[in-house]
Design a protein around this ligand. Structure first.
Ligand code: FAD
Length: 202
């Protein structure tokens, strides 16, 4: 993921996806061969197109995303991240109005799967958690109530029903419903809290 502070108002839509010429090859390289694609796809987010407060006047704040393999791949992210940044900028420069983008960069930040793992403990840097393959989707994902340890509930992208924000909110709803059901609704939870904190509730 590459954040770019650009010293110009770029003429880009709010969202844009630049597909690889051979998209199937690109996906196979990412998910099966676990290598970086020479011909990648990238997504470009230009939020100030719809909300000017998201970049200083006359400037743009772009988020450029390149899907890549997670840390199961044998990739040295410390050395490869410059190569990847170069590939992303090269691809952007091919777009009308962006040929000069490199000279307009005021600030930049690149985040790799290694950073996801090191900085916020994302396992294997896999931000979407378990792949959404048929054998581990929906009911086949780990269940919200942990099966081996009592009183343990799971929530989030690695749990039923799956990753992506709408699905994760659903996962939170399922887990909280299970909690309420298991602990017989809030009176019992409140009673426990009151006992622990010595607080009286009405
Ligand atoms: C670049 C990018 C773009 C995306 N775009 C979209 C999109 O457009 N739409 C969409 O629906 N989804 C999108 N996603 C996916 C979505 O963001 C994730 O699926 C979602 O955030 C996962 O939520 P989660 O609660 O399961 O985990 P996370 O959001 O990863 O939250 C887990 C939290 O737990 C913390 N944590 C980890 N280990 C510990 C520990 N031991 N102790 C305490 N805390 C810990 C972490 O620091 C983190 O804050 C995108 C993801 C990325 C990376």
């Amino acid at each position: 993921m590459l954040y770019l502070g650009i010293d110009a108002e770029v003429d880009l839509p709010h969202h844009m996806i630049l597909f690889a010429k051979d998209y199937k090859k690109n996906v196979d390289e990412m998910t099966k061969e676990m290598v970086l694609s020479a011909d990648p796809s990238i997504y470009v987010h230009n939020p100030s197109r719809i909300d000017p407060t998201l970049a200083p006047q006359g400037k743009s704040a772009l988020m450029v995303l390149m899907p890549v393999p997670n840390l199961q791949a044998d990739i040295n992210w410390e050395t490869e991240k410059e190569t990847i940044k170069e590939a992303m900028l090269k691809r952007l420069e091919q777009e009308p109005g962006l040929h000069d983008i490199r000279n307009l960069i005021e600030t930049e930040r690149i985040i790799t799967p290694l950073d996801w793992q090191n900085d916020i403990y994302v396992y294997k840097g896999a931000t979407f958690s378990f792949a959404h393959s048929l054998d581990q989707m929906m009911y086949l994902r780990p269940h919200n109530q942990f099966e081996d340890v009592q009183h343990c509930f799971l929530v989030g992208g690695g749990t039923h029903p799956g990753s992506g924000l709408p699905t994760i909110f659903e996962s939170a709803k399922i887990s909280s419903d299970l909690l309420i059901k298991q602990y017989q609704h809030k009176e019992r939870i409140q009673k426990t809290l009151n006992t622990e904190k010595g607080v009286k509730m009405v």
